[in-house]
Ligand binder design. Structure first.
Ligand SMILES: Nc1ncnc2c1ncn2[C@@H]1O[C@H](COP(=O)(O)OP(=O)(O)OP(=O)(O)O)[C@@H](O)[C@H]1O
Ligand SMILES: [Mg+2]
Length: 221
C-alpha cells in the first residue's frame, strides 16, 4: 500500500533535512503508529504520502502510484482514495454535521440518495446521529473530532492518514478516537497514525510502531 525508498526531504532555507534516507513498507490493511518527538518529521512523512510535499530524494509510492511521477492535475484523484484526519479538524463551522460529512462524497459526484444513506451510516458508527443537524461549531472538541473521522471514512478510503488526531482531546476522548481508528469502522483500510503522545500507544495495544528520530526511521520491536 505504501512504499518509501530512501526518502529524504530538505525544506528550502533549512540545513538539516526533515527526513533522511527513510525506507518503509506498509501492507494493505496494516495499522501503523508513527511516533517520535516534536520536529522528528512525522507530519512531513504524512504530507509526502498525500502529495502535499515532494521528496528531495527517493521514491514515494502510494497504492501503486509513484507520487514523484504524478502530474499535479491527477492529485485530486489520488486524494479521493485517502482519508485525512488532522489535529485541527478543519470542519466547515457553520454547516451541519451532516453537510460536513456529505461533502466528501459530493465532491466525488456520488448520487444524492447514496450520499444520504452513507452519511447516516458513518454518523451512526461514530455515535453522532443525534447531532446530524447541528452546526459543526456548536459541537464539543471530541464530537468535532468524530465528525472529522466520519468525513474521512465516508468515501471508504483505502488509506487513512491521521496526524495527531487526538491532539486536542482529553484522555477519555483520545482513547475513544483511537478505538475508532483501530476498529472495524475503517473497513479494512490501511491506517497510519502520527502521534508524539506515547501514552496512546500503551492505551491501545496491537499495531506496528515505527519511530522517527530527527528524520531517521527506526522500527520498534
Ligand atoms: N514548511 C516547512 N519549511 C521549513 N521547514 C519545515 C517545514 N515544515 C516542517 N519543517 C521542519 O521540518 C522538521 C520536521 O517537521 P515536522 O512537522 O515533520 O515534525 P513533526 O514530527 O510532525 O513534529 P510535531 O510533533 O511537532 O508535529 C522540523 O525541523 C520543522 O521545523
Ligand atoms: Mg507534526
Amino acid at each position: 500500500m505504501i512504499l518509501l525508498e530512501e526518502v529524504s526531504k530538505v525544506y528550502p532555507h533549512r540545513e538539516e533535512p526533515a527526513l533522511k534516507g527513510v525506507s518503509l513498507q506498509v501492507a494493505p490493511g496494516e495499522f501503523v503508529y508513527l511516533t517520535g518527538p516534536s520536529g522528528a518529521g512525522k507530519t512531513t512523512l504524512l504530507r509526502l504520502l498525500y502529495g502535499a510535499e515532494l521528496p528531495s530524494k527517493g521514491r514515494v509510492v502510494v497504492g501503486g502510484t509513484d507520487l514523484g511521477r504524478l502530474a499535479p492535475r491527477h492529485l485530486p484523484l489520488l486524494r479521493r482514495r485517502l482519508g485525512l484526519v488532522f489535529q485541527d479538524f478543519r470542519l466547515m463551522p457553520r454547516r451541519s454535521v451532516f453537510e460536513n460529512v456529505a461533502l466528501s462524497l459530493e465532491v466525488a459526484g456520488t448520487d444524492r440518495r447514496i450520499v444520504e444513506r452513507r452519511v447516516e451510516e458513518v454518523l451512526e458508527q461514530v455515535k453522532l446521529s443525534r447531532l446530524a443537524k447541528s452546526p459543526a461549531d456548536t459541537l464539543s472538541g471530541g464530537e468535532q473530532q468524530r465528525v472529522a473521522l466520519a468525513r474521512a471514512l465516508a468515501p471508504g478510503p483505502d488509506l487513512i492518514l491521521a496526524d495527531e488526531p487526538t491532539g486536542n482531546l482529553d484522555p477519555e476522548n483520545a482513547l475513544a478516537m483511537m478505538r475508532l481508528l483501530v476498529g472495524d469502522y475503517v473497513g479494512g483500510a490501511t491506517v497510519l497514525v502520527a502521534t508524539h503522545d506515547p501514552t496512546l500507544l500503551s492505551l491501545v495495544r496491537g499495531g506496528r510502531v515505527v519511530h522517527l528520530e530527527r528524520g531517521r526511521l527506526e522500527e520498534a520491536s
